[in-house]
Structure formats: C-alpha cells, structure tokens
Write a protein that binds this ligand. Sequence first.
Ligand code: NDP
Length: 493
Amino acid sequence: MTAQVTGEEAHVTSYVPVTVGGTALVEDDRASMEVRSPATGELVARCAVAEERDVDAAIAAAQGEVATLTGMGPRQRGKLLFAVADRLEAEAEPIASDLSAEQGKPLTEARGEVAVAVEMWRDAAELVRHLTDELLPSDVPDREIRVSRRPHGVLAVITPWNFPATIPTEYLAAGLAAGNAIVWKPSELTPVTAEHLRRCIAEAGFPPASVNVVPGPGGSVGATLTSHPGIDAVGFTGSPQTGHAVARAAAGRPQLLELGGNNATIVLEDVDVEAAAEQLHPACFANAGQICSSTERIIVRRELHDDLVDALAAVTDRIRLGAPDDPETTMGPLNNRPTLEKVERHLADATDHGARIVTGGRRAEGFPTELYFEPTVVTGLTPQMLAFREETFGPVAFVTACDDDEQAVELANDHDLGLISGVMTDDPQRGRRLAERIEAGIVNVGDPATVWQPHTPFGGASGRRSGVGRLGGRYTIEALTQLRTIVTPRPSG
Ligand code: NDP
C-alpha cells in the first residue's frame, strides 16, 4: 500500500516509497521529491529517491524471484495477470483520478487510459496461456530440435509520464507473462499511478519480488539501473536522446526501445475537408499533444490547404481548456515546464522563419499554473524549422502544403524519426501506394497518425532514431523473451 505520510506533511496525499521484494523501504534519511499537480500546482504526493544500494537490492531480489516465476509456468502466471486486470478494473475510478491529478489529462482521458491498461493485462494473460514450444525438423534423423521462449531474467523497465498506466503496463504485463522479474523506474512526475500498478500486481498474488520499484530521477536512478551488470534486458520508453543513452549503457543486452516520433499525416485532395479536420482534432490535441504517436506535421495538397486550415481552426475553437477534473474540460495543461518551453521554442522558431499562427500560440491566461497552453494551428511549416525536425510534444497542429504525391512522401520522410504516419484519402489503393514508401513503423490509410490498436506491432522504422523492436500484444512478449533451442537424441520407439 502507499505509505501514508504523517506529522507536518499530513496534507500530502501519499508517499511513494522504494519497494524491494514487496517491502516498502521508508528509512527517515532517504531523500524524497515533491509531485505537484500541473493543473493546480498543489502537492499531490512525495516520492522517494532511490539510492544506489536500493537499485542493488532490487536487482538482487529480482534475481532471486526469476526461478519462482519461471517455475509457476505460463498458465499460472496467466491467472495472476487476469487477477491484476480485475483489481485495476475494480479500482479504475480512484486510479484514474490520481492519474489525472499528477499527469494533467482530463479525467475522461484518464479513465480511458486505465480501461486500455486493463485490456492489456487481459491480452497478455490470454497470449501467454497459449504459448507453445516449436519442434523443428532435423537434418540429422535421430535428433529432436525444440525451440522455446524463455524469460530474459531480470528486466529493467524505465517509463515516461505521458501515459503512466498504459506504457508501464506494456512492459509489466508482457514481462511478467513471460516469467521475467522486474526492476522498474517510473517517471518522477507520475509515481502515484506507478504505485497503484505495483500494488495491484502484489495484491493479485504475484511473488513479492516480481516487480520492484526504484523511483527517482532518470539521470541518477535510471542510469544506475540501465548500466547495472545484474540486469539481463531493458525495456525503455522515452525521448530519443535518453533512449540512445540507455542503449549505450545497456550495450550488448536485449533492448526494447520505444522513442519519439515526429509523425506526418498526409491529406490528399480527395477527402472531405470537414471530416478530415474532425479526425485530425484528437490526432493533434488529445493529451494536449503529448503522445509519441500524435500527428506533429500535417502535409496537405495545396488545393485543399486553405480550407483545411480554416476547418482545423474551427474544430480547435471547440476545445475547452480547463481543470482536468471539470467534466466540461476537453484539454488539460501540459505536464511540465520543459515541455512548455519546448513548445514555445518551436513556435518562436517557426514564426521567426516565416510560419503564421492561425489560432492560439500562447500560454492561456487565468489558470492556476503557467502550464495551460492554447490549442494552436500554425501554417507555413518548412523543413528548416525546429518543429519540422524535432518532436514538439504539445497542442499544436503544424501544417505545410505540397504540390503532388511525390512531394508529400518526400516531406513525410524528410526527418530522422519514423514511428507512425497517416495518409488521408478516399482512394485506398492510392493511399496504399504512398504508405509503402513512407518510412514509419505504422502507416494508417484513411486515418491520421496517432491511431493505434494496442495488439498490433508498434515501433520505429529501421534506420531511424525512433527505437528498436516492437511493442503490442504478442510482439511485446516476443521482445521480452529469448529463444532457447535444445537439441536432444530423439526418443526411440
Ligand atoms: P525522457 O526520455 O525524458 O524520460 C523517460 C524516462 O527515462 C523517465 O523515467 C526518465 O526519468 C528516464 N531517464 C532520464 N534520463 C535517464 C538516463 N540517463 N538513464 C536512464 N533513464 C533516464 O522522456 P519523457 O519522460 O519526457 O517522455 C516523453 C518522450 O517519450 C517523448 O519523446 C515521447 O515521444 C516518448 N514516448 C515514446 C513512446 C513510444 O511508444 N515510442 C510512447 C510515449 C512516449 P525522469 O523521471 O527523471 O524523467
């Protein structure tokens, strides 16, 4: 359970401890950090800062639990995964409320996120209960070749703040399903949701050291964890810069790295412009644009450009910026100041280089924190601008015009990330031809970038800087296991 804070900090909702082997370590001398609501600035929790000795202890505890988890077998682990889903579902409302308070997304979006996490636990449970070995034919007649999936062992997991329930679940559910024991460093900005997840896993009956949590800053705790000789593999979601540091720290060990995107949606001239704007609305503004799969760049055929910009401005006007717990709110504040500053830097750079702000473009006034940002539409984006080259991660629809399909593909590919893309057209064959040439892990035809079904493979295209490997349903289980081939004399008779 989340340890309750007493004495002079009694106003604080909760304290998120270091948890090793199922035990919360709450020594008085351990440093802690404040977790503040991006919506109100109020303190919502305190979070322990794990020390090097905690990371050592967590890894040692996890190492001791791998044999227990493997020994349970996939069907038993599957049962426990279903139990985690049931607990999360039963507590969905308070968890969504805490998630919304520390992350800043509207409560409706937080509820949706928890519901998706519940489905992900069930999906992992179903998948692992049907995991089978493979028998390969042998060139040598008296030999049997059996290929099986084994856990990596101790899995280090590091996760960001934008989806504090679903992104960790991707690694925790599939990682446990496969029989790994986990040491997890959640984002220092959303540790309360992490503590809920950890508790649900423990209460479902997983052995105590199945998931160990070492909260704290990435630069210290995360770096100690990913460079530790005791880990067997890493699962990481975050920015390309951090992801590349993690790749170096854990060099030589299996890695699943889900990094940033700068995703293009191409809009062809045959679409209904109002309908396209409706589809682009959540693609650009859900979670205030803080989604790795958000549409970051809209590349529209020039003949449709002005109409689309007007339609986007009209749907943007409908966004109700406000407190996450207000039922009328459709967009909350940004989560943190560095994200706000990056959005402002990209907008200033774009306008300095000739882009035009059609609507929005500023911090919104009259709110308790500076993190509320007006939903924004900008046109005139060019490849020279920062917003074209880097992920903005904010509530901005950047638009650029193109003259033909060839130029649309060139612009979509003219950057070094490659997570997801969209081609909006009424002609599926034409869309498919473009999709084949766009360098991204997923290309949606008829839908914008953002749309992803969580059981399908998600990850960066080869040769780009968006990561390594694939998340999603059975693909995550494959990434979080290793293949073991055992060749034995074939039983006679
Ligand atoms: P960061 O890369 O800043 O942080 C991600 C995690 O890494 C945090 O837990 C952070 O800790 C930790 N970390 C920081 N430095 C290190 C280090 N040296 N070694 C190990 N861990 C470290 O990303 P954000 O949290 O800002 O998340 C936003 C980014 O995540 C965006 O680029 C977004 O595109 C990407 N993302 C990718 C997704 C995908 O599926 N491809 C999905 C969602 C987001 P701390 O607590 O200190 O921040």
